[in-house]
Design a protein around this ligand. Structure first.
Ligand code: AMP
Ligand code: MG
Length: 391
């Protein structure tokens, strides 16, 4: 059995980045930049008023100011501001030459025709200076960044309308089990509804990949082999759930080897998820995930996600946050690292949720994260700091 940390290293070490492609900005969120993006302009591109008010000289704030004109966003100021002068200016407009500050309209009063006076006590500069955020020719964003909505705005303002990103991994999702029926069928007798299939498809999409749902294969070598062979044809990764344990009808590892996959591990010291299988054939990776839905969910979060993000070009590190646990917590066996669903209270305390085992998918309803209990650790005392990964 491989330790969890070693299994993670194996997965991370195996992943190769996919090719790159150009996409439209409107499709770039969730993708990973495959090249540095250089800004073709200063940001801001000109000295820009941050307020609605009057552009003037700080030296003149004590006296009357003559209003020489109005500058709105998009105007090119025609006149320089001289001593005792000011220009009415709108937010986003270019600050005229000669002015070194903008006073807020709220800090002014009329003082005769075409004249105002500063009524405030002091003023900030209220000018966003040309290039102060980013210089033309410098990197607006660097290769490898996972694009979130705020990055899309940076690309847009840097003039990058068609970013080059890595291709999204195509991920086949195959479930196994003679007892498994699709969700639109009411389970009779000994059937179990397929929750892993749609859960994995949703996890795949949330990780920025393209899912290919392959249905349910019955528990026979022939059926599993047929489904595996078809599933890998046009995909980069195959995720199979069920059929990886020690039962008489758990054929997945055998079938994968027969199909030519090299398996890097078949058991990991992690709870839930011990019978997790990971392997490769040429450019296709395969994960065999345990059938219970909490195990499948958890192993996707812990081991599949790092593979998918790396293939997508992103050097993913799961953000583990440390919080104090709000209760005493213990377990009887400590041979594996355990990940259990927890909530984090408003005051930052970690509370394990009621959890009946790895079929209890409902336990994840309100769970904020998964709490780690490392191998060898039997208990936490209230107040101990614990690692939690958000889910
Ligand atoms: P297995 O890993 O095939 O031994 O399955 C372990 C448990 O998970 C069994 O109780 C299965 O019925 C259940 N299971 C397997 N596949 C699924 C699935 N796709 N959706 C929900 N439960 C499943
Ligand atoms: Mg099964």
């Amino acid at each position: 059995m491989m330790s969890f940390d070693e299994a993670l290293r194996v997965v991370e070490g195996a992943a190769d980045k996919l090719q790159d492609e150009m996409v439209h900005l409107s499709e770039a969120a969730g993708r990973v930049l495959a090249e540095d993006v250089i800004s073709d302009t200063d940001m801001p591109p000109f000295n820009k008023s941050a307020m609605d008010g009057f552009a003037c000289r700080r030296a003149d704030l004590g006296g009357r100011l003559r209003v020489t004109g109005t500058i709105k966003a998009g105007d090119i100021p025609q006149e320089r501001i001289g001593p005792g002068q000011c220009a009415r200016i709108m937010t986003g407009a270019r600050v005229p030459e000669g002015a070194d500050c903008v006073i807020m309209v709220e800090h002014t009063g009329n003082d005769g025709e075409d004249h105002i006076r500063f009524t405030g006590v002091k003023t900030a500069v209220n000018i966003a200076f040309k290039g102060e955020d980013l210089r033309e020719g410098s990197a607006a964003l660097e290769k490898g960044i996972l694009l979130r909505p705020q990055h899309i705005a940076i690309l847009a303002s840097a003039g990058c309308a068609r970013p080059v990103v890595y291709r999204q991994p195509r991920v086949a999702v195959l479930t196994t089990g003679d007892e498994i029926v699709e969700p639109d069928i009411k389970p009779e007798g000994t059937s179990i509804r397929n929750s892993n299939g749609s859960q994995l498809m949703a996890q795949v999409a949330a990780a920025g990949c393209v899912g290919d749902y392959r249905g349910i294969a019955g528990d026979s070598i022939a059926e599993t082999m047929g489904a595996v062979t078809a599933a890998v044809e046009e995909n980069d990764v195959l995720l199979i759930t069920g059929g990886v344990s020690m039962g008489d009808f758990d054929f997945v590892p055998h079938v994968l080897k027969e199909a030519g996959f090299t398996l890097f591990f078949e058991k990991v010291a992690v709870k839930p998820g011990r019978p997790t299988v990971f392997g490769r054939r040429d450019n296709v990776f395969v994960f065999g995930l345990p059938g219970n839905p909490v195990s499948s969910f958890t192993i996707f979060e812990l081991l599949v996600k790092p593979l998918l993000y790396r293939m997508s070009g992103h050097d993913y590190r799961s953000p583990a946050l440390r919080f104090p646990i709000a209760v005493d917590y213990s377990r009887k066996k400590a041979d594996r690292v355990a990940w259990s669903p927890v909530i984090v209270t408003e005051r930052g305390g970690v509370v394990p949720v009621e959890y009946h085992g790895s079929a209890h998918i409902h336990a994840l309803t309100d769970a904020w994260g998964l709490m780690a209990m490392p191998a060898g650790v039997f208990s936490y005392k209230k107040g101990d700091l614990v690692d939690v990964r958000q889910i």
